[in-house]
Design a protein around this ligand. Structure first.
Ligand code: PLP
Length: 335
């Protein structure tokens, strides 16, 4: 019995398992050249995303997928999607489609119940975006990511890509350049090209299995007078990188310096390994709060001609104030 730790994925190439019972949590993602002969997978979850050159004979089906919200979904809830007009599963009978991050396991029961309840109303007229929608987003980011959004910042959209495409169209004029950090989610290219703009690639640096940002290259691309926009992927698909506070701050500084607007696609923000948190690109206030334990309300600016000052309300216990203020100073200095 092998228990594959999470260390296996990402870093391994050319692996062969023969007659093995393998227990792992997403253990096979991102392995290049994987061979499984007569293997049994137990307690595994969705196993092969982004695996290159897989040759597998597995004697049991995958038991379950781990769902971070409602726990484990059992195998008998796995739906056979062949013949259901699914793009992913419209393939030959013996073909296993592993190219798209399309979910094969049933949606959480709470979501199915809510949809059934709505469908049972039986009338599908025009609807408003209600308070619950705003509250759901605001509370999720507040509780899960320590980032507070104002209601006025939110706008309903039918998907991330429609939002990115519309934003590219609105913020550029045709033929301008839009920066992306490659390799990246392929549809970013379409969102740029379909709006008459040019793709300007800033390739990520790859060394010893790790991708990082080549800031010299990024600055060079941002300083191109035709570059007006950048689409950031945070966390980054497909390199699975959660950009750090420092990296995000540096991207922000360069963008400010060269007048480039950043769109940050954060669709994968909830898919992080336990204990690893992503930082919203827009989260300077959240960073300050995380580092200081102080709760700051948005302030009012007084004065002008470069002599303005900001009045903010700070809330915390009295005992923590001194410590919090000195850490606040440190956090502000580091921004
Ligand atoms: C980075 C990224 N953005 C957007 C999407 C898709 O977003 P939507 O289906 O909401 O348009 C994906 C899907 O894989 C993705 O990886």
């Amino acid at each position: 019995m092998i228990n594959i730790t999470k260390k296996l994925w990402f870093v391994w190439r050319n692996l062969t398992f023969v007659n093995c019972t393998i227990e792992s949590l997403q253990g096979f993602c991102y392995i290049d050249n994987l061979t499984l002969k007569n293997c049994k997978l137990i307690n595994t979850s969705l196993a092969f995303e982004f695996v290159e050159n897989v040759d597998a004979q597995i004697t049991t089906k995958i038991d379950s997928v781990f769902n971070p919200i409602s726990g484990t979904i059992k195998a008998d809830e796995i739906v056979n999607r062949r013949g259901t007009d699914s793009i992913k599963w419209d393939v030959a009978d013996n073909e296993l489609p592993m190219w798209v991050a399309d979910m094969d396991f049933q949606t959480a029961p709470e979501i199915i119940d809510a949809l059934i309840k709505r469908a049972k109303e039986g009338v599908f007229g025009y609807t408003d975006v209600n308070d619950e929608w705003y509250d759901a987003y605001i509370n999720w980011w507040k509780n899960r990511h320590g980032f507070e959004m104002n209601r006025e910042w939110l706008m309903f959209c039918t998907g991330v890509i429609p939002a990115i495409s519309s934003t590219v169209r609105k913020l550029t004029t045709p033929n301008e350049k839009v920066i992306i950090q490659t390799p990246v989610y392929n549809i970013f290219f379409n969102s740029i090209l379909n709006n008459g703009c040019q793709v300007l690639e800033s390739p990520l640096h790859y060394e010893d299995g790790i991708y990082s940002i080549d800031f010299d290259d990024l600055e060079e691309k941002m300083s191109d007078p035709q570059a007006s926009l950048m689409i950031l992927c945070n966390p980054h698909n497909p390199v699975s990188k959660i950009w750090s506070k420092e990296e995000l701050a540096k991207i922000g500084e360069l963008a400010k310096k060269h007048g480039v607007t950043i769109i940050s696609d954060e669709i994968h923000c909830d898919l992080t390994m336990p204990g690893k948190d992503y930082i919203p690109f827009a989260a300077h206030a959240a960073i300050i709060r995380k580092e200081t334990g102080l709760y700051l309300s948005s302030g009012t600016v007084y004065g002008d001609c470069g002599k303005d000052f900001l009045r903010m309300n700070v809330a915390c216990t009295k005992a923590n104030l001194q410590d919090g203020l000195s850490r606040l100073k440190k956090a502000i200095d580091s921004l």
